[in-house]
Design a protein around this ligand. Structure first.
Ligand SMILES: NC(=O)c1ccc[n+]([C@@H]2O[C@H](COP(=O)([O-])OP(=O)(O)OC[C@H]3O[C@@H](n4cnc5c(N)ncnc54)[C@H](O)[C@@H]3O)[C@@H](O)[C@H]2O)c1
Length: 288
């Protein structure tokens, strides 16, 4: 006789999540953590049959499905799979993304731009649409989408990517305002440069060389080390769980201060050390 399955415990015990881009990087780390915290998970990614960063399925709580987030039927399928197989949907993590079209604005290839917007914006829109469809009758749920520092400031990424990531933040706020009445929360997470296949490709030219990328990224890290997917997922878990019960429409950066605290104040330099002074009417008044 086989052992009875252990009853899952954790902050997401009994909850059901869909994670897009769930076979790599931040998405895969979210799937692993959600499972550890007791959730059942449907992970969607472009090619479910490729080798993934996910370990073996724990006690029937993980379903992996091929899905292109730009395709409405595929996104509907992920959400319906969650409902059919696990009974409900509590957490939608719209995380799939591509760097997409690169290059100067004047020579942009519009087919590449359209595809980039389709994955990074339309894909998030579809995730919100179908999550809301099944969450509304439950009058609860948490929708989280992955944006980027490129959506908050210029010069941080390719144009189409930046436009889509900014739009994800706008869409999040707009949908949060609508779904608040149904107690469905909608938030955005903004990872700084994170050690994943996407960044490894940029940093080393080899998407599989995560440790080579981590080494290169250490030189420009905003804190003591490069950000790992697990660091981002701590924030995602907060937004997914009841700990963030009244948090909605928010943009939560996990970037070591890159977007909110990028400067270094001139008033903290050696020149002012040991001085207590106030600046008033354009003059510095020494106090002692
Ligand atoms: N790594 C970073 O530094 C960083 C920084 C800011 C934001 N992000 C965002 O984080 C998210 C996750 O990226 P990552 O860094 O983990 O990269 P990653 O390349 O490791 O993972 C992205 C996953 O999305 C999947 N995917 C791509 N297009 C898809 C589609 N059309 N349908 C379904 N799945 C698709 C890929 O197959 C891959 O498994 C993305 O939205 C990305 O833009 C990443």
């Amino acid at each position: 006789m086989s052992e009875p399955e252990p009853v899952p415990s954790g902050v997401l015990a009994g909850r059901v999540a869909v994670v897009t881009g769930g076979l790599s990087g931040i998405g895969a780390a979210a799937v692993r953590r959600f499972l550890d915290e007791g959730a059942s998970v449907v992970a969607g990614d472009l090619r479910a049959d490729r080798p993934s960063e996910l370990a073996a399925e724990p006690a029937g709580r993980l379903i992996v499905r091929s899905a292109d987030v730009a395709d409405e039927a595929d996104v509907r399928g992920l959400v319906d799979t969650a409902v059919e197989r696990f009974g409900r949907l509590d957490v939608m993590f719209n995380n799939a993304g591509v760097l997409g079209a690169i290059g100067p604005i004047a020579t942009a290839d519009m087919d590449e731009v359209d595809r980039t917007l389709a994955v990074n914006l339309r894909g998030v829109f579809l995730g919100m649409k179908h999550a809301a469809r099944v969450m509304r009758p439950l009058r609860s749920g948490s929708i989280i989408s992955t944006s980027s520092p490129a959506g908050l400031a210029g010069g941080q990424g390719p144009h189409a990517y930046s436009a889509a990531k900014a739009a994800v933040i706008g869409l999040t706020r707009s949908v949060a305002a609508e779904l608040r009445a149904d107690r469905i929360r909608v938030n955005t997470v903004v990872p700084g440069a994170t050690v994943t296949a996407m960044m490894a490709d940029v940093a080393t030219g080899d998407a599989a060389d995560l440790e080579g990328a981590a080494e290169k990224m250490a030189a420009t890290a905003w804190m003591d080390r490069p950000i790992r997917p697990e660091d981002v997922v701590e924030a995602v878990l907060f937004l997914a769980s009841d700990a963030s019960r009244f948090v909605t429409g928010e943009t939560l950066s996990v970037d070591g201060g890159m977007t909110s605290a990028p400067g270094s104040s001139p008033f903290l330099t050696e020149r002012f050390a040991g001085t207590s002074a106030i600046f008033e009417n354009g003059r510095r008044t020494e106090r002692h």
